[in-house]
Write a protein that binds this ligand. Structure first.
Ligand SMILES: [Zn+2]
Length: 119
C-alpha cells in the first residue's frame, strides 16, 4: 500500500517489530512491519468511507442472492463478477450497483454470468 503521508508508527516507534508478551518478535500491527503508517487523516477517512461503501454494496448483493433460492448458489460468482466489472468497466459497474441498491433480483444472475465470461 502506498502511503500518502507516512508517519512513524507509534506502536513500534518505527522498528516494524513488536515483541509479544512471550518474548517472541512479531510484525507490528497496524504498520504490518513497515514501521510507518498513514498519517494523512483525509486519506484515512476516505479509505474508511470507501471500505464502508464497498461492504454495503457487497452486503446488499449477498442479501439479494439469498432472497432468491434460484440464484443463491451464484452468490460468490456474482460478487466476483461485480469485482471484475468494477475493475474493467466502472460505468457498467455503477449501473449494476444501482440495480443492486434498487433490489433488482436479475442482477445476481447477470453478474454471475459476467464472471463466467470474464475470468
Ligand atoms: Zn509499527
Amino acid at each position: 500500500m502506498k502511503l500518502v503521508k507516512p508517519i512513524t508508527c507509534r506502536k513500534c516507534k518505527g522498528s516494524g517489530t513488536f515483541v509479544r508478551a512471550s518474548g517472541m518478535p512479531d510484525n507490528c500491527w497496524p504498520c504490518l512491519g513497515a514501521g510507518v503508517v498513514e498519517g494523512d487523516k483525509p486519506t484515512l477517512a476516505q479509505a474508511k468511507a470507501a471500505q464502508a461503501e464497498h461492504d454495503r454494496i457487497y452486503g446488499a448483493l449477498r442479501d439479494l442472492a439469498r432472497a432468491d433460492k434460484k440464484v443463491t448458489y451464484m452468490i460468490n460468482m456474482a460478487s466476483d463478477g461485480l469485482y471484475i466489472l468494477q475493475a474493467k468497466e466502472p460505468e457498467r459497474a455503477a449501473k449494476a450497483i444501482a440495480s443492486i441498491q434498487a433490489g433488482h433480483p436479475g442482477v445476481v444472475k447477470a453478474l454471475a454470468e459476467y464472471y463466467k465470461a470474464n475470468h
